[in-house]
Design a protein around this ligand. Structure first.
Ligand code: ZN
Length: 137
């Protein structure tokens, strides 16, 4: 696998409204996009640090995997995943599967910002939930 760069860091938060001022302070910039991703049951807010983005993830319901992550984390948010930018998510997934890694997504799907995304299971990625993403054409 040969990612071009870290696309973003996904950070789970209990509330976008409560945490956005801190990330504005930290990044020295404004949130440039807020988007709800219905199938992942999250609302996202994006910030930029150079080329790398920070994706804040707020659960939209208790069944959201982000809500479960926060619950496991003692009710606090925290780093949820690292996303690597690849030329082709489907090809990178096939490569990961051939290398014996456990996949969460068998095929790429559409994520926030129209990226084609897929997750690798933390069981085979040293405990770090790993996302592969491809820029929209
Ligand atoms: Zn992500």
């Amino acid at each position: 696998m040969k990612p071009t760069h870290i696309e973003h860091l996904g950070i789970a938060v209990t509330s976008l409204a409560d945490t956005m001022p801190f990330f504005e302070f930290l990044t020295g910039g404004k949130c440039y996009n807020i988007e709800e991703v219905a199938d992942q049951k999250v609302k996202t807010a994006f910030f930029k640090v150079g080329e790398v983005k920070i994706e804040l993830l707020e659960p939209t319901c208790p069944e959201s995997t982000i809500a479960k992550f926060i619950e496991k984390n003692g009710g606090r948010g925290g780093i949820h995943h690292i996303a690597f930018n690849v030329e082709n998510t489907a090809a990178a997934l096939a490569e990961a599967e051939a290398a014996g890694l456990q996949l969460i997504d068998k095929a790429p799907r559409k994520g926030a910002e129209n990226l084609m995304i897929a997750f690798l299971h933390p069981k085979s990625t040293c405990g770090v939930l790993t996302e592969l993403c491809q820029q929209p054409k």
